[in-house]
Ligand binder design. Structure first.
Ligand code: ATP
Ligand code: MG
Length: 223
């Protein structure tokens, strides 16, 4: 479903310095796979997700989505693929402070102007699934860090994405809620959807179908 071919991603810092976040990374992630991405801090995990989810373009290399080369597609086209096919859970929950939990969940729909009445029902259902059914009207500052993460999770599922890209989804949540999140992913995956999850938790990584290990921007070892 997602193919990365010889991907390099270099960030410039100021005029002189460059950081090679990813160097010559090639991976194929099949439809319906559950992949965990692990590695030390700074090894390129979030950058890997940004490439696979078409959030950023590689400096070198090719990204294919459903067999199609999407590397040089126009921004509007890449945005459309993201909006229709991808669900993101960012490393930091990134909720809009002036919108309540339910409004935050519906945001991907409202912002792309694809909102339908049935979306609200689905949003409520997803919030209930992550144990947030009684906090629909809370603003983000009225939620704990772990609760904000669960709202972000419900938001990622609002478009019923074919691929979930989750950056440390279980960071800052307790063991019970980590289970809730993991079970939701497994259920999604069991319906044939693709899950790509960055985690530092080797136990959770072991529950994925495959582990991609990054080290210094390269794929280190695959199990
Ligand atoms: N926008 C950016 N500008 C400059 N450097 C960046 C940028 N994003 C990432 N980097 C650098 O690229 C490298 C890889 O970063 P990345 O965020 O992918 O690591 P990570 O594996 O997700 O780390 P962590 O586990 O701490 O989240 C790091 O050295 C980081 O400082
Ligand atoms: Mg990261």
């Amino acid at each position: 479903m997602i193919v990365l071919e010889n991907i390099c991603k270099t960030y410039r810092i100021g005029r002189e310095r460059k950081v090679h976040a990813l160097s010559d990374v090639s991976e194929t992630i099949g439809a319906g796979e559950f992949v965990a991405v692990v590695g030390p801090s700074g090894s390129g995990k979030s950058t890997f997700l940004a490439m696979a989810g078409l959030l950023e373009r590689p400096t070198e290399g090719i990204v294919r989505f459903d067999g199609k080369d999407v590397t040089d597609l126009r921004d509007t086209e890449r945005t459309r693929i993201r909006a229709e096919r991808c669900g993101f859970i960012f490393q930091f929950p990134s909720l809009i402070p002036t919108l309540n939990a339910l409004e935050n969940v519906l945001l991907p729909k409202t912002v792309h102007r694809t909102y339908k009445a049935s979306d609200e029902e689905w949003g409520r259902e997803m919030l209930a699934r992550v144990g947030m059914g009684d906090k629909l009207e809370n603003l983000p500052y009225q939620l704990s860090g772990g609760e904000q993460r669960r709202v972000a999770l419900a938001r990622a599922l609002i478009n019923k994405p074919d691929v979930i890209l989750a950056d440390e989804p279980t960071g800052a949540v307790d063991a019970y809620n980590a289970d809730v999140i993991m079970n939701l992913f497994k259920e999604w995956n069991a319906q044939g959807k693709t899950v790509i999850m960055v985690t530092h938790d080797m136990k959770l990584a072991g529950e994925a179908g495959r582990v991609i290990q990054l080290k210094d921007g390269r794929v280190a070892d695959e199990k």
